[in-house]
Design a protein around this ligand. Structure first.
Ligand SMILES: [Zn+2]
Length: 318
């Protein structure tokens, strides 16, 4: 008895260790959040819309609630004006097409939470910050379900702001500057890029070459460039040309269709000068983007955003 008791103890310790490890591994990092602490409604602005469009503004918030600690590391600057720009875009879409998009604006400052990063960097271990992060992504997930149910496919727009020296709108589809530097003939047939691009489903539905969807005349960049907002990629600026360029971050990867699914995604990096700097410019950009989305959906999805049916209507024979 005495001889093997230490072995029993070691065995019990081993079992306990394995059980603890199993429990630790079983706890998903991005859990559903059912046991999350409640967050104040003012921290997150969620609008349930009726279009196949979801507008997210993860970095537009200004609130600095004392309950949330400052994040010690990470990018802490907010994208000024993107909260207002997102709301103006929602209103413009409503005005032009009779229905608004789904809208999710994080009203808390990026110094406290980053809803365009994975959870560890976003919340840095604080339970209430984690609850806010999960609420943002739960709202996007619910909007995505509604879009799928009502329209079959759609677009998530992640709205951001940058202050690069060349003031132009940067459209991020997860394609690197080096990818965009390739010719249309090359990107149209590169199977590796087809598996990366966040609008993969839109390209499949369009039936047009890959390059036409991301930088052709009727790409979002092409349409906004024509409306007076210099854009990259677009026919005029097919690639960033060596300057700084944001190709699309966490949310575009998470919600885009590169890995399958019917929700595509694009990151819009709006310059300050000419787009975010004044209420008038934000309004001009919102109106131009809403009109461009109408053309983009008609051109690539054969969906008429103004169709009276809540289910949406495809545009017959063009
Ligand atoms: Zn941002």
């Amino acid at each position: 008895m005495i001889a093997y008791r230490p072995q029993l103890c070691r065995f019990a310790a081993l079992v306990a260790g394995v059980c603890w490890l199993a429990l630790a591994l079983a706890r998903p990092q991005e859990k559903a959040g059912g046991d999350d602490p409640a967050i104040p409604a003012a921290w997150l602005d969620v609008l349930t819309g009726g279009l196949p469009i979801i507008v997210g503004a993860p970095h537009g918030g200004e609130l600095r609630p004392s309950e949330l600690p400052d994040r010690p590391v990470g990018v802490l600057l907010r994208d000024a004006g993107t909260d207002d720009l997102a709301r103006r875009l929602a209103d413009e879409l409503g005005k032009q097409f009779g229905r608004r998009p789904h809208l999710i604006v994080c009203e808390v400052h990026r110094a406290k939470v980053d809803c365009n990063r994975e959870l560890t960097e976003a919340a840095q271990g604080h339970p209430l910050t984690e609850a806010l992060w999960r609420a943002y992504h739960r709202a996007v997930g619910e909007a995505a379900d509604a879009v799928h149910r009502e329209w079959g496919a759609g677009l998530y727009i992640d709205l951001h702001g940058q202050s690069h020296a060349t003031a132009r709108v940067e459209w991020g589809y997860r394609l690197k500057a080096a990818d965009l530097a390739l010719s249309d003939e090359k990107i149209d047939v590169d199977p590796a890029l087809a598996g990366v691009v966040s609008v993969r489903d839109a390209v499949a539905r369009s039936g047009k070459p890959f390059s036409a969807v991301v930088r052709g005349t009727n790409s979002l960049g092409g349409l906004l460039e024509r409306a007076g907002f210099p854009s990259v990629p677009s026919p005029a600026h097919p690639h960033p040309g060596g300057g700084p360029y944001f190709s699309g971050g966490y949310n575009v990867q998470k919600y885009g269709s590169a890995g399958g699914g019917t929700l595509s995604a694009v990151q819009i990096e709006a310059p300050r000068r000419g787009v975010r700097d004044t209420a008038e410019n934000r309004q001009r950009f919102a109106a131009a983007l809403a009109a461009a989305l109408g053309i983009w959906f008609r051109e690539h999805y054969r969906i008429d955003l103004a169709a009276p049916s809540a289910r949406g209507k495809t545009v017959p024979g063009r």
